[in-house]
Design a protein around this ligand. Structure first.
Ligand code: COA
Length: 161
């Protein structure tokens, strides 16, 4: 059995090690990390999934960003330990955190990722939303957390001021 909990300071390096294991080397060179530099993640939405022995099975973090000056969430990184992949934990982390985001009053969420995976959670390509280069625009995806939340929201993605 796996339980989700809010990530705490003590979890930080264990989660970093999980991300290092799950992503290609140099992940921090990705343009999305420039939006995270010097900005703390959203604590209520950054979750760890631990099994009954307390072993870390997966984690998700979110950052606040601005899109053309409008508030949005940047989902990611999300990762599940290779020995636990395919059990639905990725889906659990994503669905649970998006429900929490909605309950906290966030309107919209975006990410840079594989459309074939994220489509199942309602993410679609965001036209006119410009991530720092280099980013493949086909990987810039978004989901509204309330009706019409992405309507007319375009422009550069920047760190919150
Ligand atoms: C992506 C990830 C978080 C999914 O976690 P998970 O717990 O294995 O996911 P789930 O069990 O909820 O879902 C598994 C399904 O997603 C599919 N899937 C996983 N990664 C995918 C991808 N990149 N593209 C398309 N489908 C993908 C699997 O094929 C499987 O499909 P099925 O339901 O038809 O069998 C996990 O594979 C992972 O940590 N990958 C490495 C890090 C990463 O790429 N993170 C995402 C950044 S964009």
């Amino acid at each position: 059995m796996v339980e989700l909990a809010q990530e705490h300071d003590d979890d930080w390096w264990e989660v970093e090690a999980l991300y290092d294991l799950c992503f290609a080397p140099g992940r921090e060179a990705l343009s999305s990390y420039r939006l995270r530099d010097g900005v703390p993640p959203v604590p209520e939405l950054s979750l760890v999934a631990r099994d009954a022995d307390g072993v870390l099975a997966g984690a998700i973090r979110f950052w606040p960003v601005l899109v053309g000056g409008r508030r949005a969430l940047l989902l990611g990184p999300v990762a599940v330990h290779p020995t636990r992949q395919g059990e639905g934990l990725g889906g659990l982390l994503i669905r649970d955190s998006l429900e929490r985001a909605q309950a906290l009053g966030w309107d919209r969420v975006m990410l840079v990722g594989d459309a074939p995976y994220y489509a199942r959670f309602g993410f679609v390509r965001l036209d006119g939303v410009e991530m720092p280069p280099p980013t493949n625009p086909d990987r810039v995806l978004g989901r509204a957390l309330c009706d019409g939340a992405w309507k007319g929201v375009t422009g550069r993605v920047t760190r919150p001021t």
